[in-house]
Write a protein that binds this ligand. Structure first.
Ligand SMILES: Cc1cc2nc3c(=O)[nH]c(=O)nc-3n(C[C@H](O)[C@H](O)[C@H](O)COP(=O)(O)O)c2cc1C
Length: 499
């Protein structure tokens, strides 16, 4: 009587022949299918082998990142930038060896102007807190951190991701913006300072007809943690486009948080229905401030600066108290969960161009002490943040930087519910990998190391505190390869004006 292993061994040739037969049959069926279909030219002209083209272009997306792309090549963020964030958030040694891999001949590159006599650590002072809405809002907000978490709604990102960010923001003493999806219990759980965002669908503060509910707004302002309100006019990745939340995603919890009917598609209008001019925007800002008694500002991506000039002219007519307490400028190259490529790629100015324009417009109107400026849009490394402060921003916020801090690997799947790191998926199995407690420490490390390194740049430029950086401290490389100081490129804001 043969043993089981002998039996299997004897059957192997037969199994092999069967396997070959199956493979051959699949090839024949595919061949016949490919040549008889008329939808796909490649498969009709190259039956069977044509399928490899699709397989390889899918796999290429992954292989490029791991094997082929150079450190400074990938978009939207290259490996060098992502690794800086990963090391900073793990609080690991963030030095590099041998020499820089960054090509500084590319127009637009930034070069900080080191001082021959840099600041001694013993003379340097800690980055100071900046107060928003002081003297104009009943509850001004003293913000300690220059680097804060930009809006990402609960819905666009998962429950563990919101928990990690809110816990981390508390540890880091920075603020977290709720994004436009309303205030969830997970935002509150971490105990951090929150900025409540009012999107065009007014999730969380809407009446059934989509208009603003003063009562719900007042209820949100009752939460001590909610320090400011941000009216979203537009965001860099999709200016002029409201999102669609498919009914299938509107479960009982989301319907409660956002104040919309369960199971029905929810469409965000392209703009706030009551705001069609700068004057109406100012009306809305003042209305929200009256009700919430908190600093109120707006977030926008810049297309044409005239809209801001109109708004600030109107402020000067009505009186300085009517001004927004802050303005958030988002770069046209900002991120999102999902947006049409045409808007993502080609609409709205990148932050590098928009921010100096906005600062100059505020200066021209004499409102620089009144309106605080928040900058966002691919500001994920210390050089980016220091540049924004030099340009005239008071604060920087980041969304994708913090996604990297909690484990994002830039798989570009935020719109597919298949995010492998659990950040932008509601798939419970994928969320298992994201431990909110562990990742909250990474968020705090990221903020801490970011601040420390921006301070280091400031000291190298010879100033003792980060907010003393200004346009004389940075040069911008021009198309001819030479760099010129930023204050020559944008002469309105001169030395000391940021101080
Ligand atoms: C997943 C995701 C969700 C976002 N959700 C919002 C949102 O609800 N409201 C908003 O104003 N911006 C939203 N944004 C844009 C960011 O707040 C930010 O303005 C933009 O991504 C630029 O910053 P970054 O380059 O650091 O990511 C989202 C971005 C991402 C990546």
């Amino acid at each position: 009587m043969p043993t089981t292993s002998e039996l299997i061994f004897n059957l192997m040739p037969t199994l092999f022949v069967w396997l070959l037969g199956i493979v051959f049959a699949i090839i024949v069926v595919t061949f016949v299918f490919d040549i008889s279909q008329s939808k796909n030219a490649i498969l009709r002209n190259y039956p069977v082998v044509g399928h490899f083209r699709y397989l390889f272009s899918n796999l290429g997306e992954f292989f490029r990142q791991y094997f082929f792309a150079m450190d400074r090549e990938e978009m939207p963020f290259n490996r060098a930038e992502r690794q800086w964030v990963h090391r900073a958030s793990s609080d690991k040694d963030n030095t590099i060896a041998f020499g820089s891999t960054k090509n500084l001949n590319i127009p637009g590159s930034i070069i900080f102007i080191n001082c021959p006599f840099p600041m001694l650590d013993s003379d340097a002072v800690q980055t100071r807190a900046v107060t928003i809405g002081e003297g104009y809002s009943k509850h001004p907000y003293k913000a300690s951190s220059i680097f804060n978490i930009s809006g990402m709604s609960y819905g666009a990102i998962s429950k563990p991701a919101v928990l990690a960010l809110s816990g981390g923001a508390k540890k880091a003493d920075c603020w977290m913006n709720t994004g436009e999806g309303g205030l969830s219990p997970y935002h509150l759980k971490g105990g951090a300072d929150l900025v409540f965002q009012i999107g065009t669908a007014k999730y969380g503060v809407r009446n059934d007809d989509g208009s603003l509910s003063d009562q719900k707004l007042a209820d949100i302002a009752q939460h001590d943690q909610v320090k400011m309100f941000e009216i979203k006019i537009s965001q860099g990745a999709k200016p002029g486009k409201g999102g669609i939340l498919p009914g299938i995603k509107v479960n009982t919890e989301i319907s409660k948080i956002r104040g919309i009917p369960k199971g029905i598609d929810s469409i965000s209008p392209n703009r706030h229905i009551e705001v069609s001019s700068s004057s109406e925007l100012l009306d809305m800002i003042n209305h929200v401030r009256d009700i919430t008694e908190r600093p109120v500002g707006f977030k926008t991506v810049i297309g044409h600066i005239r809209f801001l000039e109109d708004l600030l002219d109107e402020v000067n007519k009505r009186g300085v108290e009517s001004a927004p307490d802050f303005i958030t400028i988002d770069g046209g190259d900002g991120g999102t969960g999902a947006a049409p490529m045409a808007l993502m790629d080609n609409v709205g100015l990148p932050l590098r161009e928009a921010l100096p324009l906005v600062v100059d417009t505020i200066l021209k109107h004499g409102l620089e002490d009144r309106i605080k400026l928040i900058a966002s849009g691919k500001m994920i490394t210390p050089a980016d943040v220091a540049w924004a402060i030099c340009a005239g921003a008071d604060f920087v916020t980041s969304a994708r930087g913090f996604m990297f801090a909690i484990g994002c690997v830039q798989s570009l799947k935020c719109n597919k519910n298949t995010c492998p790191t659990g950040i932008t998926t509601h798939n419970k199995r994928l969320q298992k990998g994201l431990d909110p407690e562990n990742k909250s420490v990474k968020v705090a490390n990221y903020v801490m190391n970011m601040t420390k390194t921006v301070e280091m740049i400031a000291h190298s430029c010879g100033v003792k505190e980060v907010h003393l950086l200004n346009r004389t401290h940075v040069r911008i490389v021009q198309p001819d390869g030479k760099s010129i100081p930023m204050n020559e490129l944008y002469p309105l804001c001169t030395e000391g004006e940021n101080e």
